[in-house]
Design a protein around this ligand. Structure first.
Ligand code: FES
Ligand SMILES: [Fe+2]
Length: 448
């Protein structure tokens, strides 16, 4: 059922209602209620409560390797630019000109300065204003005091992430175990190069896409080829803090997905990082796949699926693996989550029952339970912040910076899994974005 006409801010009572069937014990838990997956009100709330406060993937480090390299993206509706400055430091800014708010740069590339295309105000790579045409006669105008607003940026496991929350703890501290795991199991990841991007426009809520990624209970039923590519008897799902891991050994060489006879990588890995970053490594040569789940509405999700390989040109086995994912595996999963969305919009479904195996096998949904626990934690934190500051908890996407500042203050009292105080006065360096299309471009292209 949709509550489309209801635009009231999300309250703690709303959170209690959608989480009424969730329990700390995965084996006793029901799912979050469909309301949170189907209404504009919850979509808007999540933009502020989750996407404006979490580390959001931008690109592989190769896009921001040299001084002057820049990449633009959109996070929670906010335009952001990430740049490697002249000193080699990774910086990110609101991509919003201080003159009259035009986006300063677009797309990606390499540049010596950041020049706004509206009236030509020009900024240094550290964000400071270098030049503003015809301003000498202005009264009380000091160009030296003008600078683009900074956003946290960080290079993590070979990729670049940004976070609109100035109080967010560095990702390397929030997910140090994940960094170690990736460094051990995919030590070549920072040296790989983007070989192919696939894009998908999915008629389902972003949480359904993530939840589909977080369990393999559906694999034997819905992915007959995948269950021969990996050895399902070795499949395990392990949850930690703000991430989870799904390792399995490679399956038969003569599987029905693609040929892995000469594979140097003999494992399958699927890592998930709160809230929407999905990183995989499949049997084959050195490789990594980044699936970025981009919310685009209560019942619409855009997805970019990037293949990072040893060479920009896939070899025959890699081309076959890409074909398998694009023509078989992804259509199977997209069909599943779109059907789930149609079901959630009916009066016939409010909440279901998670099927969790305490032994942690691959056919268990405890990874979904972990995700839903983190969702409720984020919902509860944001509604309590809004209540204390009397700032509406749901509002325009990503525009809730006042609430962000409030969280910075209130978070000083203690750490939790999702957010912790940054060291005073310090923005942690981060890096940029490597794919052929930025998030903005994907959105524009798909809407065109
Ligand atoms: S808005 Fe950027 S120069 Fe005018
Ligand atoms: Fe699947």
């Amino acid at each position: 059922m949709t509550l489309g006409a209801n635009t009231a801010p999300i309250t703690p009572a709303d959170v209690d209602r959608v989480g009424a069937d969730h329990t700390a014990d995965p084996a006793a838990a029901g799912t979050l209620h469909a309301e949170a997956y189907t209404t504009q009100r919850w979509y808007d709330f999540e933009q502020s409560a989750i996407f404006a406060r979490s580390w959001q993937w931008v690109c592989h480090r190769e896009k921001l390797a040299e001084a002057g390299d820049y990449v633009t993206t959109t996070v929670a509706g906010v335009p952001v630019v990430v740049v490697r400055d002249g000193d080699g430091e990774l910086r990110a800014f609101y991509n919003v000109c201080k003159h009259r708010a035009h986006e300063v740069v677009s797309g990606e590339g390499s540049t010596g300065t950041l020049r706004c295309p509206y009236h030509g105000w020009t900024y240094d790579l550290d964000g400071s204003l270098l030049a503003a045409r015809h301003t000498k006669q202005l009264v009380d105008f000091d160009p030296s005091g003008i600078c683009l607003d900074a956003v946290q940026a960080e290079e993590f496991a070979g990729f670049v992430f940004v976070n609109l929350d100035p109080a967010a703890e560095p990702l390397r501290l929030q997910a140090s175990g994940l960094a170690s795991e990736i460094a051990t199991k995919a030590p070549d990841i920072a040296d790989l190069t983007l070989a192919r991007r696939l894009t998908y426009d999915i008629a389902s809520n972003w949480k359904n896409v993530v939840e589909n990624y977080l369990e393999c209970y559906h694999c034997h039923v819905a992915h007959k080829d995948f269950v021969s590519l990996v050895d399902m008897s070795t499949y395990r799902i392990t949850t930690h803090g703000i991430y989870s891991s799904q390792p399995a050994a490679a399956g038969r060489s003569a599987n029905s997905a693609y040929d892995v006879a000469d594979a140097a990588v003999r494992i399958h890995e699927a890592w998930w990082l709160w809230p929407n970053t999905c990183l995989m490594r499949y049997p084959g040569r050195g490789n990594a796949m980044m699936m970025h789940v981009i919310p685009a509405g209560p019942d619409r999700t855009l997805e970019t699926y990037d293949f990072y390989l040893e060479d920009a040109e896939p070899n025959a086995a890699e081309a076959e693996a890409i074909r398998y994912i694009d023509e078989v595996l992804q259509p199977e999963d997209v069909g599943l989550v779109e059907s789930v969305q149609r079901g959630m919009r009916t009066p016939a479904f409010t909440s279901g029952r998670l099927v969790c195996d305490p032994a942690g096998g691959g056919v268990s949904e405890h990874g979904v339970h972990h995700f839903q626990s983190l969702l409720l934690e984020a919902y509860r934190r944001h509604t309590s912040i809004a209540e204390r500051s009397e700032v509406p908890a749901s509002g325009r996407a990503g525009g809730d910076r006042a609430a962000g500042r409030e969280e910075s203050t209130t978070a000083l009292g203690g750490r939790d899994a999702l957010s912790a105080p940054a060291r005073p006065g310090r923005l942690e360096p981060i890096v940029g974005f490597s794919s052929a299309l930025t998030t903005t471009e994907v959105l524009d292209e798909d809407r065109g």
